[in-house]
Design a protein around this ligand. Sequence first.
Ligand code: SER
Length: 315
Amino acid sequence: MKNVLVIGATGQIGSELTMKLRKTYPNGDIVAGYITGAEPKGELLESGPAEIVDITNPAQIAAAVEKYNIDTIYNLAAVLSAVAEAKPQLAWHIGVGGLYNTLEVAREKKCAVFTPSSIGSFGPGTPKVNTPQDTIQRPTTIYGVTKVTGELLSDYYAKRFGVDTRSVRFPGLISYVTPPGGGTTDYAVDIYYSAVKGEKFYCPLKPGTFMDMMYMPDALRAAIEIMEADPSKLIHRNSFNIASMSFDPEMIAAKIKEHVPGFEMEYKLDPLRQSIADSWPDSLDDTCAREEWGWRPQYDLEAMTIDMLDHLKSK
Ligand code: SER
C-alpha cells in the first residue's frame, strides 16, 4: 500500500483513518476524498492532498485514482442505520451504487478495496450470542441489506475479476474525534459527551440491549491490518467478524459512574433505534479474524472509558 484514496475522509472513521494512514505510509499520497459541504479542515487538510470525490460520481473516483496513481481505496461512504431507515433510497444509492462505482474503477485501475461491513449485516434470524463468522444474514434494515449486498458484490469482484477486496464487520465505533451521525450505536459515544459536560444522559435504548462496540484505535488498526494481511492465509474476504467488547446501557453507565461519580442516566426510548438494535447480535465470534490475519483488540470497556474521558475533558 503506497498511494491511498479514502472516500468519506471527513466522516467518523475517515477523519481518523486518513491521519493514521498518513503516519503509517509517510512516503505515499494519502488522498482525503470528501464531498461538498464536508470539506477537510485543520490537520486533515494541511497534512496531505484532498480531492472532491463523491462516491455516486464514478468519474470523480477514476480521476483521483489516476491523478495520484492510487493502489488502495478505502470506501467509507455510508448512511448509518437510523438515518437510512428515513432515507432508504439514498442508503442504497450510496451503499450499493457507490460501492459498484468504486469496484468498477478498482477493476479497471487494479486497486485493492476496503469497504466496511457491520454488525448490522445480521438480522433477527441470526444466532444472537457469539454470532459465528458464517451464518444466517437476513437483515431487516436497509442499512443491513446494503451491507450484505456489499459483502457479496465485493466477494464477486474478487472471484470474477481478481480485485483485492477485503472487509471487516465493524461493531459500534466509539471515538472522541468526529462524532457519528444517525447510527443505532451512537448512544455509546453521546453518553461520554454528556458525562464530561456534567449533563444527564437520556438513553435511547433499554437496559439489556447488548451490542458489540469497539474503540476507534482498534478499528483503525483492523482496517489497516486486514489490507496488509498475507492473502495466502485468507480463507474469508468480505467480511470478517471482529470484536472487542459487548455491553448494554447499564454496563457503560456503571463504568462511567466509577470515573464520574455524579453521572446520571435516564431512559427515553427511541422505538426505531430499539427495534434496529433488537434485530442485531449481542456479540460476535471473531475467531476467523484471529486465526486468518492475527486480529487482536487492545481496548476493553475500562481502558476505553479512561481514555475517552481523558480526551473529552481536555477537548
Ligand atoms: N454504527 C452503525 C450504526 O449504528 C452500525 O454499524 O448504524
